[in-house]
Write a protein that binds this ligand. Structure first.
Ligand code: SAM
Length: 262
């Protein structure tokens, strides 16, 4: 039976997945903040983080932009409750469960969604809806992945199988691990204008092989599915890489933004 792509039941060990999510969020926090700045954050008075997870980036945006009001929303009510406690001292930051989306102010200068669109069943429909929540000339920024942009040397067959099979598992749950390459066209079709695009490489040289595996691949071994033995593929890949003298792997993170036309 199909189940949503990012919920407690989608993972064998959701506590473990939350640890990985936090590691991912903290490892790249400064770069992600810099990306938001390049895509129009500076000078914004009202910002919405869509699918904020554990709230790290929303907190950084609130603290470093000072006088902007930052709202952060997520469909995981437990995340929202925890974030409200963790960041209670950040006065310009407010967390909302998706169920309370009606309480949000109607329009924002900038909205962003990081690693969320890969979990949406109807990204085109959501892009249309979000346009109505942007001020005129406000920007929507989307940061996400495309698994076709993962590249390695030498080839590790179990790792390649893990990547392909996890694309399939996420797709069965109405998610899309190839969304990154589709974002430019999705935004254009939804009527966003003045598009900006950055493709940011993440490599094993930059963060080390262990961290790369942890951040980019361990997630897939934790998918709650009995169809294929994803943990076995992950562990075979780790063992194969361990005995190599050299291993290089890279992926690209896509950051694309567009403006609500006047
Ligand atoms: C991979 S996590 C990314 C979290 C955070 N943006 C980050 O980068 O650390 C995806 C998040 O999107 C949330 N999410 C998924 N679908 C959503 C929806 N339709 N509306 C709001 N949040 C959603 C999940 O609960 C989860 O917290």
């Amino acid at each position: 039976m199909s189940q949503p792509s990012y919920t407690e039941t989608a993972f064998k060990d959701f506590i473990g997945e939350q640890g990985r999510l936090q590691l991912q969020a903290t490892t790249f926090l400064k770069q992600e903040f810099a990306l938001l700045q390049q895509h129009g954050l500076s000078g914004c008075q009202s910002v919405l983080d869509i699918g904020c997870g554990k709230g790290e980036l929303a907190a950084m945006v609130a603290m470093l932009t000072g006088n902007a009001t930052v709202h952060a929303i997520d469909n995981n009510a437990a995340f929202i409750q925890g974030n409200a406690v963790t960041y209670r001292s950040v006065e310009n930051l407010h967390f909302f469960p998706l169920a309370a989306a009606d309480e949000l102010p109607t329009t924002y200068d900038l909205m962003y969604a990081k690693f969320v669109f890969q979990h949406l069943a109807d990204p085109a429909g959501i892009l249309q809806q979000l346009k109505a929540s942007l001020k005129e000339s406000g920007r929507l920024v989307i940061i996400d992945v495309c698994d076709e942009w993962i590249s390695m040397d030498p080839a590790i067959p179990p790792l390649q199988s893990l990547i392909l099979k996890s694309i399939g598992v996420q797709q069965e749950r109405s998610g899309n691990r190839l969304i990154g390459k589709q974002l430019v066209n999705l935004l254009k079709r939804a009527g966003y204008t003045n598009l900006r695009l950055d493709l940011v490489p993440i490599t094993t040289e930059q963060i080390g092989i262990d961290a790369f595996f942890q951040l980019v691949f361990s997630y897939r071994a934790n998918f709650s599915t009995n169809d294929v033995d994803l943990p076995a593929l992950y562990h075979q890949a780790v063992e194969k890489v361990k005995v190599l003298d050299h291993f290089f792997c890279t992926t690209l993170i896509c950051c694309v933004s567009g403006e609500r036309p006047l």
